[in-house]
Design a protein around this ligand. Structure first.
Ligand code: ZN
Ligand code: ZN
Length: 341
């Protein structure tokens, strides 16, 4: 099978062709696994982090990609959930132990044996892949393969962040930063909490306009003061200052959910501005969000079909994966990049 493979960590500025087209054997499914013939795989910022070593793969060579859509091509002898030709998706969570307390409580994203697709296990920039039937999902009919792929990452993580806010209908939600995940969260929040007001904090005017178009009640800059206090907020920025600003805007008992794998060091000094009374006192909470749980993917796909959320997609061939990644890094065009395989 054809696959685009990463052999070692490198900087995209120095090497614009980090992935190499290779011909590899088609993987063979184990008893509880299905073999998937891939038709689409989304291109995510996490791949840039993997290539450049900020989220290093656990083995090389590695096939990246964790937003996979395709059809079941073969089933292992003990597979019961899927049959040949069923359309399925794979997300970032590739497997977890299934036995620890985290797994049993549905927080398999926190399992110590959590394995990520395209980081710890071969991913979707290829013609085929295998996965346990327990970590494959039926894709709602409404979506084409290309539309479904980007929902499997930005959408599911956004869904988990929204869930972790614990918000109720009528409460005010703040979205700090307005990228791929927040675009989807605003649509989910408006559908699920029709009486809530959404306040968007974004650095550039274009993003603020877009937020209003998607139904934000108010949109301002990161350090602008919103007209009302927030019951909860989701931060998706790579910086620290927005956290301090968001805490200031929270109501008593409010919760800030930080949806970021890591934060940059560059403005860490902003934390020295943290004032206990203004930012933390009165039972304010801070919670981060990590990975996605299996149930988040299942629930989100259903919600996305119900709303419906249809992502804008920009299509590339498998062989053009390097170009897609370079364009993503330079953030040339809005819309999710997807490889058609
Ligand atoms: Zn992703
Ligand atoms: Zn576990």
């Amino acid at each position: 099978m054809k696959a685009m493979v990463l052999n070692k960590i490198c900087k995209l500025e120095e090497n614009q062709h980090p992935l190499e087209l290779m011909d590899l054997p088609i993987p063979v499914p184990e008893e509880k696994e299905i073999l998937i013939k891939i038709s689409a795989c989304g291109v995510c910022h996490t791949e840039l982090d993997e290539i450049e070593g900020r989220i290093p793969p656990s083995e090389f060579p590695i096939i990246l990609g964790h937003q996979i859509v395709g059809k079941v091509d073969k089933t292992g002898s003990k597979v019961t959930k899927f049959k040949i030709n069923d359309r399925v998706g794979i997300a970032w969570i590739n497997s977890a132990c299934g036995k620890c307390t985290f797994c049993i409580e549905g927080n398999d994203n926190l399992c110590e044996q959590f394995k990520a697709t395209g980081r710890d296990v071969q991913g979707g920039y290829a013609e085929y892949t295998t996965i346990s039937e327990d970590f494959a999902y039926t894709i709602p009919e409404l979506f084409s393969d290309l539309e479904a792929a980007p929902l499997l990452c930005a959408g599911t993580i956004g869904y988990r962040s929204l869930r972790l806010t614990g918000m109720k209908d009528g409460e005010n939600l703040g979205l700090v930063g307005f990228g791929a995940s927040a675009h989807l969260v605003i649509q989910m929040a408006r559908h699920r909490y029709p009486n809530s007001k959404i306040f968007v904090f974004a650095r550039n005017e274009g993003e603020r306009r877009f937020a209003k178009k998607l139904g934000a009640f108010w949109a301002g800059n990161i350090d602008d003061e919103p007209p009302e206090k927030l019951h909860c907020a989701i931060d998706t920025t790579p910086a620290w200052r927005p956290i301090v600003e968001a805490l200031k805007n929270l109501n008593q008992g409010g919760r800030l959910v930080i949806n970021a794998i890591r934060k940059e060091e560059i403005d860490k000094g902003s934390l020295l501005k943290l004032d206990y009374t203004a930012h933390l006192w009165l039972e304010k909470e801070i919670k981060s969000v990590a990975n996605v749980a299996k149930q988040d993917v299942i629930d989100f796909l259903q919600l996305a079909a119900e709303i419906p959320i249809k992502p804008e997609v920009q299509e590339f061939k498998l062989e053009e994966a390097n170009r897609a990644l370079v364009e993503l890094k330079e953030s040339k065009i809005r819309g999710a990049k997807v490889l058609r395989i």
